[in-house]
Design a protein around this ligand. Structure first.
Ligand SMILES: [Zn+2]
Length: 352
């Protein structure tokens, strides 16, 4: 089985550390990438006039070679045709050693935003979608990800994510961090990764956080840490708390909240807190990986990071344990599990 090594990486390496690049350097590296030019976003977005939901138009992503393929039963799918393992990917702008292999960040080959010149957007409808879209590969080894790496390695990956966030936040725009795992929830590659997007667009959930602070006079994290029933605690990590929110929409949803709710960004966190977060990501993902097959579901989940104004700093773990029905599209959710039963079950899953 071929796997990406330092020699293959050298051919892709544009920078060893994100901190050595300016934002202008980053834009230039995106614009110079000829592979990216074949799969640019349409350059337009629209707002749903009812609720302000933002919709980016990205027609080329429908042609991703690894999308829309038949169900794969191996978990993770074999590395034989993994473009990352074969080094068939974009220029790398950050790399760090792990105890085994390395972690690295590069440009998303099928971006949802792009550093368009203003003249390139002149004839577009709706608002412009300027921005940068990165991928962070958790490990160079195909089958390694947060759940089966040492916490010290997970902490290194978290530190590199924080370094990228710090660089991008200089723009004053939004830095969106998410993880998709599994074919059913938007992941077209099995090799474990995180998505990082710089955009001037503020997603609705971020506006929800800001509105919560304005209306309630406290951050959402502070509210939930105080108000969530203690029976729904999964684990206290010292600087952060993993819990099942009392209002889950889907079975096995979890949230991880930093106790210091004045913190707003990953790069604000000291090493100890980044280490706690890496440990909590490992535990939450391990729990999802046990719970989903037990209820007959293929493993698939999303993680979202709520950083920036109004949130405190928190993460959502969103396993795809239940489809969306018509009711849900009306904003009325019918959750097929009780949060207290779910929390009891998660605490019994051995994640250590
Ligand atoms: Zn791979």
């Amino acid at each position: 089985m071929e796997k990406i090594n330092r020699q293959m990486l050298a051919a892709l390496l544009e920078a060893e550390a994100i901190s050595n690049l300016s934002l202008a350097d980053l834009e230039r590296l995106f614009r110079q990438d000829m592979d990216l030019k074949r799969s640019l976003p349409d350059g337009t977005c629209q707002f749903d006039p009812r609720n302000g939901d933002r919709i980016l138009y990205v027609s080329r992503r429908g042609y991703r070679p690894h999308d829309n393929r038949p169900l794969e039963t191996a978990d993770p799918p074999a590395a034989g045709h993994c473009p990352i393992c074969q080094g068939e990917t974009t220029g790398v702008i950050d790399v760090a050693e792990l105890s085994e292999g390395f972690t690295f960040i590069n440009k998303n080959l099928f971006p949802v935003v792009y550093p368009f010149d203003s003249h390139e957007l002149e004839n577009q409808r709706g608002c412009a979608t300027r921005g940068l879209h990165f991928l962070q590969w958790t490990s160079s080894l195909h089958d390694k990800d947060w759940h089966n790496m040492p916490v010290t390695d997970g902490t290194v990956v978290m530190q590199r994510l924080a370094a990228l966030e710090k660089k991008l936040v200089e723009t004053g725009e939004q830095v969106l961090i998410t993880k998709n795992y599994g074919r059913l929830v938007g992941s077209s590659l099995a090799h474990g990764h995180q998505q990082i997007i710089l955009t001037a667009l503020i997603p609705n959930r971020f506006l929800d956080n800001q509105r919560f602070l304005q209306q309630k006079g406290e951050r959402f994290s502070a509210y939930l840490l105080r108000q969530n029933p203690s029976e729904l605690l999964v684990r206290d990590y010292g600087t952060a708390v993993l819990l099942v929110p009392y209002f889950i929409r889907r079975p096995y949803e979890m949230m991880l909240l930093l106790k210091d709710t004045s913190l707003r960004y990953l790069h604000d966190l000291p090493y100890e807190a980044l280490s706690d977060i890496a440990r909590a990501w490992r535990d939450a993902i391990r729990a999802i990986r046990v719970a989903m097959p037990a209820i007959g579901r293929e493993i698939a989940y999303n993680i979202t990071c709520h950083n920036g104004p109004g949130a405190g700093l928190y993460f959502e773990f969103l396993p795809f344990t239940q489809e969306f029905g018509g009711l849900e599209h009306l904003g009325l959710f019918a959750c097929q599990a009780d949060p207290y039963v779910v929390a009891d079950h998660i605490r019994t899953i051995r994640t250590q």
